[in-house]
Design a protein around this ligand. Structure first.
Ligand code: GLV
Length: 324
C-alpha cells in the first residue's frame, strides 16, 4: 500500500467491529449507514466509483454495471459470505479484480442450524408451539403432533461439500440406517459416517430426509421442481439451507399442498425477505426461518474479520486468505 490510504466501501453498517477496525487501521473506510437495509443500488453505484476495495454482502448484486461504475481503481471485492451467486465471477476475473469470500468459518454454524431446522420440521416444533398458543393442546394424545424420527431413517444430502459433510457427521449421531449423498466424485470424507454416493434419482426415491447443501449454480438452479418432487417419498422431509434459487418454489408449494411430500424446512427462499403474506407461510407443513444459517455471533465476527483480511491482503499484493 502507498502513502495514501486505500479507499474501501462497506455496504452495510453494523458489521462486527473487530473486522471493521482491522480495515480502518489500513484503509479509509466509508460505510453505508443502515444496519438492516441493503444500500440502494443507485447509492452503491455512486459510492463504489474510484474505490480501491469493496466489502459487500450477499444482498449486493455485483455485476458488469457495478464494475464499470467502480472503474479501474477497484482491486478487490470481498463478500462477507460463502455463497457467491450474487457475483458475476467471470466479469470480476476478466478485470483482474481479486475476489474474496468466507468459506470454512461458517461451516459449523450452518451445519448446526441445518440440523435444528430438520428437527423443527420433522418434529413440528413451530406448529406445536402454535397449538399451545391457540388452545389446541387438549391433553397428551397418542398420535397428536407426531412426525418421523431420524433413527433408522435414510438421510440424503444433495451436494456433499464442506457444509454437507458437517451436516452428515452430526446427523450420523442420530443413528439413521444410511446416509446417501450426491456428488461428482466419491468423497473420502464420507467414510466415517458410512456415506454412500448415489445418483440423484436414487437419493430422491430412497430418502426420508432430503437435505440440500449444494451451491446455487446454473446447473443446480431450480433442480427441485415438479419432476424431482414427484420422485420423492410422500413422507419425505425436504430441508434447504443453501439458496432459494435451487428450488422452483411454486412447485414446492404444490408438493406441500398436495401431499406429494410431507414437509419442508427452509432457511433460504425466493425472494428474501419473503413477504409476510406469502402463501408458503400459511402452510403448517412448511417451516420457514429468515436466512440465519451462519447467524452465531462468533461466526459473523469471524466472517467479518476474514472479509477484512481478504481486502487488506489483496491491497498489499499478498495472497488472499480465502480467494475465490
Ligand atoms: O448464506 C450465507 C453465506 O453464503 O454466507
Amino acid at each position: 500500500m502507498g502513502k495514501e490510504k486505500p479507499q474501501v466501501y462497506v455496504t452495510r453498517a453494523g458489521c462486527p467491529t473487530k473486522g471493521i477496525d482491522l480495515l480502518k487501521q489500513k484503509c479509509d473506510v466509508e460505510i453505508w449507514s443502515k444496519p438492516l437495509e441493503p444500500v440502494p443500488r443507485e447509492e452503491l453505484l455512486k459510492k463504489v466509483k474510484g474505490k480501491d476495495a469493496l466489502f459487500c454482502l450477499l444482498t449486493d448484486k455485483i455485476d458488469k454495471e457495478l464494475l464499470e461504475s467502480a472503474g479501474p481503481s477497484l482491486k478487490v471485492i470481498a463478500t462477507m459470505s460463502t455463497g457467491y451467486d450474487h457475483i458475476d465471477v467471470p466479469e470480476v476475473k476478466k478485470r483482474g479484480i481479486k475476489l474474496g469470500y468466507t468459506p470454512d468459518v461458517l461451516t459449523d454454524a450452518v451445519a448446526e442450524l441445518t440440523v435444528g431446522l430438520l428437527l423443527a420440521t420433522s418434529r413440528r416444533l413451530f406448529e406445536a408451539h402454535q397449538e399451545i398458543l391457540n388452545g389446541g393442546w387438549g391433553s397428551w394424545s397418542p398420535l397428536w403432533m407426531c412426525g418421523p424420527g431420524l433413527a433408522t431413517s435414510t438421510v440424503g444430502i444433495v451436494g456433499l461439500g464442506r457444509i454437507g459433510i458437517e451436516v452428515a457427521k452430526r446427523l450420523h449421531t442420530f443413528n439413521p440406517s444410511q446416509i446417501l449423498y450426491t456428488s461428482r466424485s466419491d468423497k473420502p470424507e464420507a467414510k466415517p459416517f458410512g456415506g454412500i454416493r448415489v445418483p440423484l434419482d436414487e437419493l430422491l426415491a430412497q430418502s426420508d430426509f432430503i437435505v440440500v447443501t449444494c451451491a446455487l449454480t446454473p446447473e443446480t438452479k431450480e433442480m427441485f421442481n415438479d419432476e424431482t418432487f414427484a420422485k420423492m417419498k410422500s413422507s419425505a422431509i425436504f430441508v434447504n439451507t443453501s439458496r432459494g434459487g435451487v428450488v422452483d418454489q411454486p412447485a414446492l408449494q404444490r408438493a406441500l399442498e398436495s401431499g406429494k411430500i410431507a414437509a419442508a424446512g427452509l432457511d433460504v427462499m425466493t425472494p428474501e425477505p419473503l413477504p409476510p403474506d406469502h402463501p408458503l407461510l400459511q402452510l403448517k407443513n412448511c417451516v420457514i426461518i429468515p436466512h440465519i444459517g451462519s447467524a452465531t455471533t462468533k461466526t459473523r465476527e469471524d466472517m467479518c474479520i476474514l472479509t477484512a483480511k481478504n481486502i487488506i491482503a489483496a491491497l498489499q499484493g499478498e495472497p488472499l486468505p480465502a480467494e475465490l
